[in-house]
Design a protein around this ligand. Structure first.
Ligand code: NDP
Length: 385
């Protein structure tokens, strides 16, 4: 029986994780579930899975959570410290699926237990990669990737000599505006940016797919996770979203991971690792897929993508600046204050200002939080100007 905790249980990744756990109730015991504002979902899942503890990030919702779990054995708590306590409860496996930089501190706390951290929260590696990896090494913990591209790379590397890796190719669907004339992008709206051609995800990550900010985060995440040189990472547009990533070796071989666009594959792989077990995902019928297309992303269509290489070259807190600037630009786009193409231009400006740089060894939870805060303030000033 594996003891599991899910940070961000009420979100898309959290719900998919619980779906898989519900299918194998004899294999998993739920320790703690955390959520944000969706108290009804959090309480329902905590009851259903007989969790020991349910935590909301928002102290003002504690009484609602207590009321929703009245008569159950589930302990309740709220706030940032309670999220850390949830992550510190003894567990063998923890899913890090809080969205944004808010996921960093609970993820670090979970690593300090020395168990396995299934990492969906890409912001952790983007903003604080060296800190995450050093914490995992110090406490003898293991990080398993959950982003589908990184899970694909991880799987393609099993049994391989890491020194023989020449390159990694991450695929991108191209998002909502893959076929739209570039000149039209200045006028596209929030609703159309929120429609993904292949994956069913939340609004923010879907818009980030259309701009390729999401792919830029994944490139940085891959560099950190697999200790790659930035020159070893390539991105190809692959509209079918069937090949999630490829690893190229020094003998010319390319190992591809092929699967349906269903996050339960990558989540289930991490949940069952090191075993492979049956997963309820569709089996690909390659004959009906018919063809697989690949092309180089157009830099004029996806200017956010090149910023990933700028961030990797700068190091230090550039990842934290990039993530915070992108988050804030997205807030303003969704609120209708800036246009779609303004997002990458403003994030590039924030990176050029480089407000909070420091050598790698100085990256701490506090320095990342401070950098995040300063950058969001700066973005608001840039947008107001
Ligand atoms: P969602 O927005 O669907 O869910 C986010 C979760 O975090 C919810 O449980 C939410 O609670 C909680 N939450 C929100 N804000 C806070 C906060 N300030 N403090 C604590 N908890 C908070 O996100 P996803 O599940 O889509 O994504 C989670 C992470 O996984 C992200 O980093 C994303 O980039 C990554 N990812 C997602 C993929 C996907 O397919 N969705 C694919 C690969 C990676 P509530 O809803 O109750 O308010």
């Amino acid at each position: 029986m594996r003891r599991v905790t899910i940070l961000g249980a009420t979100g898309s990744i959290g719900q998919n994780t619980l779906d898989l756990i519900a299918r194998a109730p004899d294999d998993f015991q739920v320790v703690a579930l955390t959520g944000g504002r969706n108290i009804a979902q959090l309480a329902a899942d905590a009851r259903r899975h007989r969790a020991e503890l349910a935590v909301t990030a928002h102290p003002d919702l504690l009484e609602d959570l207590r009321g929703a779990l009245a008569g159950s054995d589930v302990a309740v708590a709220a706030g940032a410290d309670a999220l850390i306590e949830a992550a510190q409860r003894p567990a063998d496996w923890t899913m890090s699926a809080i969205v944004g930089v808010a996921g960093l501190a609970p993820g670090l706390a979970a690593l300090e237990q020395g168990g396995t951290l299934a990492l969906a929260n890409k912001e952790s590696l983007v903003t604080a990669g060296p800190l995450m990896l050093a914490t995992a090494a110090r406490y003898n913990a293991r990080i398993l990737p959950v982003d589908s591209e990184h899970s694909a790379i991880f799987q393609a590397l099993i049994g391989e000599d890491r020194a023989a890796v020449e390159r990694v190719i991450i695929t991108a669907s191209g998002g909502a505006f893959r076929d739209r004339p570039v000149a039209d992008l200045a006028h596209v709206g929030v609703e159309e940016a929120s429609t993904h051609p292949n994956w069913d995800m939340g609004q923010r990550i879907t818009i980030d797919s259309a701009s390729m900010f999401n792919k830029a985060l994944e490139v940085i995440e891959a560099k950190e996770f697999f200790a790659l040189d930035p020159s070893q990472i390539e991105v190809l547009v692959h509209p079918q979203s069937t090949v999630h990533a490829l690893v190229g070796f020094n003998d010319g071989a390319l190992m591809a991971h092929v699967g349906p666009p269903d996050m339960r594959h990558a989540i289930g792989f991490a949940l069952n690792w090191p075993d492979r077990r049956h997963l309820p995902v569709a089996r690909l019928d390659l004959a009906s897929v018919g063809r697989l297309d690949f092309s180089v992303p157009d830099p004029a269509r996806y200017p956010a993508l090149a910023l990933a290489w700028q961030v990797m070259a700068a190091g230090g807190h550039a990842g934290a600046i990039f993530n915070a600037a992108k988050e804030r630009a997205l807030d303003h786009f969704i609120a209708g204050r800036i246009g779609f193409v303004d997002m990458s231009a403003l994030v590039a400006q924030a990176l050029d200002h480089g407000l909070c740089d420091a050598p790698k060894s100085d990256i701490t939870l506090e320095s990342v939080r401070r950098c995040d805060h300063l950058t969001r303030q700066q973005m608001d000033r840039l947008i107001a100007a």
